[in-house]
Design a protein around this ligand. Structure first.
Ligand code: ADP
Length: 627
């Protein structure tokens, strides 16, 4: 029979897996049991709508058996089984998604729990077995199939006999070595302990024939006998009271179920009785999953009806801005065979979703005040999502989200919430000031910053694309409006300063107009008193800032009606350049034209904007140098 090759990338991964430095080889059992449980779930789901599946709930089971002399460990289930095609697709390709990340982390030598993270669960069995045989038959089909592999050099698939539907996974356990005693995986006690440790909450009975001993009748001697025993307690974790569950149990439950290698940042439990009766167990991850910010990511909580899963990912339970939350909801109010369409309109579900949202919000707020460091780390991962949430739906969620936001500020470059900012505003300060740019480093170079800081005002540093849009949506916080420090209308000068500047501007109308014409692309040029050292800066008139324009430009697709920021060149009234410009206007307009362009390019550069025509700019500078 021709051996089929694993897909190239899969092969590499498999090699790495087999020779893994990974220490917890034992987790392979958990992986196989979880797969079996999933297969039972699938058949069970089918039974809800397909009357040909005439099994009662108690018929579903997982069986573990060993044969010490043949060195085999078999995990069987009477679940959905796999067709030949499914065998090839599911077991012929490893790590369908995210394998690059997997490889990168792995080659970086970091000791992380990569197994399970990218769906390489089944293959973890190659850590303990040198050959694996899968015998499987789909429910309702006559033919069974046999998949066999000895590891990275490929696999074969053929037809075989199998008495009933379901899947047997037969592991040929490796011989012991000096370092590894693989035989432990043939030992009943060890297997029992492993099931307890990792798979106790699996909802189907995991059975194993265990050897027991008893006293012989009328004798002092002992005899051994076998008994089929159910190893797991099957009580779902979320049905136990929180005080009974250890943090380790929550951690194990979370990492296993949601394929994370790190413990959750927060475990949230919620029990509610009244308008809606439900139990929720939720987790906030420490980091974003690798596909979180891609369109592949699907949000949602698992949905159970009295301990039985009815939907794997119920997206109606989570608003987009909390889509990073993982977990499940169990409610007796929901019927087992409710369809997806019906769910969307289910009143009960809406009430549950509202309650959950409120709970998540309050837990996040609590975290922000009580576990600040943890919250800041979390915000680093999911802050963007919260800010998008604030911006979308025309700001409908701004009240839910505004107090969860953090921004680095000019005070100490540490995070502050809007409330913290407002609680410490300087006297006489009438707005919340912000500055946007690619990075804090770049923002700190903005010429306008000095003047604001010198007045003792704190500035929020906006470094994410969405930031300024979100603040615009918010409009104000408490009584204070948000103001960009690069807005043309920024009004921090004293009345006297303003009056003096206005007069200069009025008197210099002609020369300012000349400079504007020379540049060509600005909507105005004016003198300002709010710069300290720098000769020039850019500001914008109206709602759209230069930073926002940049963000809009980055969006995919051509948009001929793309709005443009109205840019104003501001020239420092107190800088010697002013006198120079005035002189040139009187004596040498040609040179003034060049100077205007150079000053504009300078202003662009300090604002972090590309100079439109760098060649011209360089020529102008060189001309100046050789003059
Ligand atoms: P994952 O479980 O993360 O998807 P695995 O490599 O463990 O990744 O399994 C790959 C796929 O093989 C599963 O998604 C499932 O479709 C199929 N599979 C594995 N074990 C079984 C089983 N016992 N019964 C039916 N299908 C199975």
């Amino acid at each position: 029979m021709k051996k089929k090759q694993f897909k190239t990338e899969s092969k590499k991964l498999l090699d790495m897996m087999i020779n893994s430095i990974y220490t917890h080889k034992e987790i392979f059992l958990r992986e196989l049991i979880s797969n079996a449980s999933d297969a039972l779930d699938k058949l069970y789901f089918r039974s809800l709508t397909d009357t040909s599946v005439a099994l009662s709930r108690s018929d579903y089971k997982i069986n573990i058996s060993t044969d010490k002399s043949a060195r085999t460990l078999t995990i069987s289930d009477n679940g959905c089984g796999m067709s030949q095609e499914e065998l090839e697709n599911n077991l012929g390709t490893i790590a369908k998604s995210g394998s690059f990340e997997f490889k990168r982390d792995f080659e970086g030598g970091e000791d992380i729990d990569v197994i399970g993270q990218f769906g390489v669960g089944f293959y973890s069995a190659f850590m303990v077995a040198d050959k694996i045989t899968v015998k499987t038959r789909v429910f309702g089909e006559a033919n069974a199939h046999l998949w066999e592999s000895e590891g990275a050099d490929g696999y074969t698939v053929s037809e075989c006999e199998k008495e009933s539907f379901g899947t047997d996974i037969i592991l040929y356990i490796k011989e012991d070595t000096d370092e590894e005693k693989y035989s432990e995986f043939l030992d009943e006690h060890r297997l029992f302990a492993l099931v307890k440790k990792y798979s106790d909450y699996i909802r189907y009975p995991i059975k194993m024939a265990t050897t027991k001993s008893r006293k012989k009748e009328d004798s002092e001697e002992y005899e051994s006998y076998t008994e089929i025993e159910t190893l797991n307690s099957m009580v779902p974790l979320w049905k136990r009271s929180q005080s009974e569950v250890t943090p380790e149990e929550y951690r194990a439950f979370y990492t296993e179920k949601f394929y994370d290698y790190e413990a959750p940042a927060k475990v949230i439990t919620q029990k509610s009785e009244g308008t809606a009766t439900f139990t929720a167990l939720m987790f906030i991850p420490q980091h974003a999953p690798y596909n979180y910010y891609t369109k592949d990511f699907e949000k949602g909580l698992e949905l159970y009806s009295s301990g039985v899963m009815i939907m794997e990912r119920c997206s109606e339970l989570l608003p987009d801005y909390f889509s990073f939350v993982k977990g499940l909801v169990d409610s007796a109010d929901l019927s087992l065979n409710i369809s997806r369409e019906m769910l969307q309109h289910d009143r009960q579900l809406k009430i549950i979703a509202k309650a959950i949202e409120k709970k998540i919000k309050s837990e996040l707020e609590k975290m922000m005040s009580d576990e600040r460091e943890k919250y800041e780390k979390l915000f680093g991962s999911f802050g963007i999502q919260l800010k998008y949430g604030l911006y979308t739906d025309f700001g409908a969620h701004k009240d839910t989200l505004k107090d969860l936001l953090l921004f680095k500020t000019s005070k100490d470059e540490k995070y502050a919430s809007l409330k913290e900012y407002c609680d410490r505003v300087a006297e006489g300060q009438s707005a919340i000031y912000y500055a946007s740019g690619e990075s804090v480093q770049k923002i700190k170079l903005l010429p306008q910053l000095d003047a604001i800081k010198s007045r003792g005002y704190e500035v929020l540093y906006l470094t994410d694309d969405v930031d300024e849009f979100a603040l615009k949506m918010l409009g104000k916080y408490g009584e204070l409006e948000f103001k960009s420090i690069t807005a043309e209308s920024l009004d921090i000068a004293s009345d006297e300063e303003k009056k003096a500047t206005d007069e200069v501007n009025k008197a210099s109308g002609d020369i300012l107009e000349f400079i504007k014409e020379a540049i060509g692309t600005v909507s105005a040029v004016k003198f300002t008193s709010s710069l300290t050292k720098h000769p020039v800066c850019l500001s914008t008139e109206g709602e759209l800032s230069v930073e926002m324009e940049k963000v809009l430009k980055k969006m995919p697709g051509e948009n001929p009606d793309m709005p443009k920021a109205s840019v104003v060149l501001e020239i420092n009234l107190n800088h010697p350049i002013r006198e120079k410009l005035v002189n040139l206007y009187a004596t040498d307009r040609k040179t003034l034209e060049s100077y205007s362009k150079i000053l504009y390019a300078e202003a662009c550069l300090v604002s972090g904007i590309n100079v439109e025509n760098p060649t011209e700019f360089c020529e102008l500078i060189s001309d100046l140098m050789i003059k």
